[in-house]
Design a protein around this ligand. Sequence first.
Ligand SMILES: *[C@@H]1O[C@H](CO)[C@@H](O)[C@H](O)[C@H]1NC(C)=O
Ligand SMILES: *[C@@H]1O[C@H](CO)[C@@H](O)[C@H](O)[C@H]1NC(C)=O
Length: 232
Amino acid sequence: MNSRFVFLLIVLALAVTSSNAQQNVTDLFFLAEADNNVCRDNANRFEPTDGLQKAQGSCSDTVQGEIPDVDHMVSSLIIEPPNGCTLAANKNFTVKIATTGLITGFFDNPVNQYYKFPQVVDKKTGFIFGHSHVTIQLLKSSTETPDPRLFAFFKGLNDPADNNVFTQVIGSAANNGLPPGEYRICTMVSSFAHQPTLMPVAQRGAQDDCIRINVVEDSKKRRNALNKKRNA
Ligand SMILES: *[C@@H]1O[C@H](CO)[C@@H](O)[C@H](O)[C@H]1NC(C)=O
Ligand SMILES: *[C@@H]1O[C@H](CO)[C@@H](O)[C@H](O)[C@H]1NC(C)=O
């Protein structure tokens, strides 16, 4: 079938099935694809993505690049700490993440090469070159989405994983572990140039994992604090 004809069929199908609002958004995508000049056409709204991380947004013309086959997709599992566990506050702990389908240890400079390069698949193994991250957010409740601008801990997992397992201590020179609260711990797998990894099919398992943990005041400390209160 002629590709122009297929395109026309898709447009017709969309015209029939879409509501007005959806149709307009769809038009945007088709227009952007048709002349591949979405960034030029948007120059008054978005400046070009040029390797810097632009908090104000930007428009990237980096192509998506190489996409692995279905036998070489990324998969992650946080294997430590266990999902739903309770940990002591202000005490370092270790997160271990098993990641398969990724050749780890590959990341470009996030200061001036962010989103600069297409995704690249290793010719020999068929897996994507990339890295991962661990990001931890405090949850206000079980129904309120956390603000993505806020995180309690963030770290790029740039070194090669050991036997497909990343190990990261949670803590900093200033603060051990996390203050009390309910937290979500997630992985964020990325290609070499930091874009989320691109997979060959839509219907699949997630390439990332998240768990929730509960961080509580050390029980001995809490007992002491309670005693102090009682004795006061
Ligand atoms: C979609 O486009 C139609 C026709 O151009 C216009 O009348 C309508 O207001 C648009 N709807 C939205 C949600 O922009
Ligand atoms: C907790 O981890 C941080 C970061 O690795 C480290 O600087 C700090 O010394 C650790 N604290 C303890 C008590 O080990």
